[in-house]
Design a protein around this ligand. Structure first.
Ligand code: NAD
Length: 428
């Protein structure tokens, strides 16, 4: 979204086309899978706090549900576009298939900037989005979840509106709910922890101890903060984090060579993952340019902010010490930059598996909703660990056997599974 000429859907389709060639898929399969099955575009009228009406634009895209009901987050973003939502819905289809959970792929969004909306206006937007789409989503059709700039509170407002419309209690309509109202323990931390579980497995293969590594991370929101938490528990040291500054409308990197202190930084971070620059300086952080997180002399880079962040313009900044990139965000690496990373021999843990912890735990949340029986946090996290580890090993084994880049191996597994399910249903 930072580069207006970048189109995430073009990127998702070109990734798909490459793998379709590799798998020698027939034309009908390509036609089915390279575009979404269904998409909804709608207006959401909201009465703002000042009494004026304002119309917001909302979307839901259902890419493929051959393997199970659609699944995917709803984002709030001022630069949201239908093509970004299409790309993200396609990536959700591959992601649920890559980690082998019985769900398909969807995504939704509203073009808005919640920084400038009161809580009341945000609640009206959530309810308005559900009113427009309530008959085309649901626990057996398509299940939303939180994503960029949406959280558990937004999910609960959406659930409440859905239940008003349908007249019953349907906790499995949406995931990422607050604990106590159908939410799962462990969901909040699942994506970030999943990122580090895949990293832990790769470090094991490379025979590197986590406590001997350093990392630099883009983003300081839900995914990044929880990734840092588990990485530090394993003994790793994060030396730099980057985030967006709403006031300056640009990003900054925050560096402390002796290691960032997660709790200390959380104290000076707003609910959107923006770190206060002057407070950070006061407690000993260097405030650097937005791209400087890439230039650090570290072993591991974790982009965990937004799509299209490692580009042809900045891929050259990646330091010679970097051995591993773990994609916490969806689609953070532009294809040209990805090619350069591949040629440099940097190990890549692609988004399809690296950040699948969130959707995996969302699936666990739904299972608990269906049983109306809730598991303790340790049980959720140990199931998450087992699923993420198995998924990582399957992708890594295929990559080794067939001499594939890890991203291609993940795509081969995922697209193969979705194509097979679509074929078995008689769709192709
Ligand atoms: P979030 O809104 O909680 O945090 C986003 C962070 O990125 C914030 O710190 C923000 O300041 C920073 N940021 C935004 N634009 C930036 C820019 N141009 N440069 C530098 N930093 C920037 O979002 P999140 O939930 O942590 O999601 C982050 C990424 O992970 C997204 O790509 C999302 O799609 C993906 N993801 C999230 C989940 C989940 O469960 N939350 C699951 C899978 C994937």
């Amino acid at each position: 979204m930072s580069n207006p000429s970048f189109n995430a859907f073009d990127m998702a389709q070109s990734q798909f086309d490459n793998i379709a060639e590799m798998l020698d898929l027939d034309q009908a399969t390509r036609d089915l899978l390279r575009t979404p099955m269904r998409e909804y575009h709608f207006n959401i009228p909201i009465r703002m706090d000042d009494g004026n009406m304002k119309i917001f634009r909302g979307f839901r895209v259902q890419h493929n549900d051959a393997r199970g009901p659609g699944k995917g987050g709803v984002r709030f973003h001022p630069m949201e576009t239908i093509d970004t939502v299409r790309a993200l819905s396609m990536w959700m289809t591959w992601k649920t298939a890559a980690v082998d959970i019985p769900l398909g792929g969807s995504k939704g969004g509203i073009i808005c900037d919640p920084h400038n909306l009161s809580l009341n206006e945000q609640e009206q937007l959530c309810r308005g989005w559900v009113r427009q789409i309530a008959r085309n989503v649901g626990p057996v059709m398509d299940i939303p979840a939180p994503d960029v700039m949406t959280n558990a509170q937004h999910m609960l407002w959406m659930l409440d509106e859905f239940e008003v419309i349908h007249g019953g209690r349907y906790p499995g309509f949406i995931t990422g709910k607050p604990v106590g109202v159908g939410g799962s323990l462990g969901r909040k931390e699942a994506t970030g922890y999943g990122v580090i579980i895949t990293l832990r497995e790769m470090l094991k293969e490379l025979e590197i101890r986590p406590m001997d590594t350093t990392a630099s991370i883009q983003g300081f929101g839900n995914v990044a903060q929880h990734a840092i938490e588990l990485y530090h528990q394993l003994g790793g040291k994060t030396v730099c984090v980057a985030c967006w500054d709403q006031k300056d409308q640009k990003s900054y990197s925050f560096k402390r060579a002796t290691g960032v202190n997660l709790e200390e930084l959380r104290q000076i971070t707003n609910s959107f993952g923006g770190i206060d620059k002057s407070k950070a300086k006061n407690i000993g952080y260097e405030v650097l340019d937005g791209d400087d997180w890439l230039k650090q002399d570290v072993d591991i880079l974790i982009p965990a902010a937004l799509e299209n962040q490692i580009t042809m313009e900045n891929v050259g900044f990646i330091g010679g010490s970097v051995k591993i990139i773990v994609e916490g965000a969806n689609g953070p690496t532009e294809p040209g930059a990805d090619q350069i990373i591949k040629e440099r021999g940097i190990h890549m843990i692609p988004d399809l598996i690296a950040n699948a912890g969130g959707v995996t735990c969302s699936y666990f949340e739904q299972v608990q909703n269906n049983m109306n029986y809730y598991w303790p946090r340790d049980e959720v996290l140990s199931k998450l660990d087992a699923k993420m580890t198995a998924s990582y090993i399957a992708v890594s084994d295929l990559a080794r056997k067939k001499h594939l880049y890890m991203r291609d191996a993940a795509y081969v597994i995922a697209i193969g599974r979705v194509a097979q399910a679509s074929k078995d249903r008689g769709w192709i």
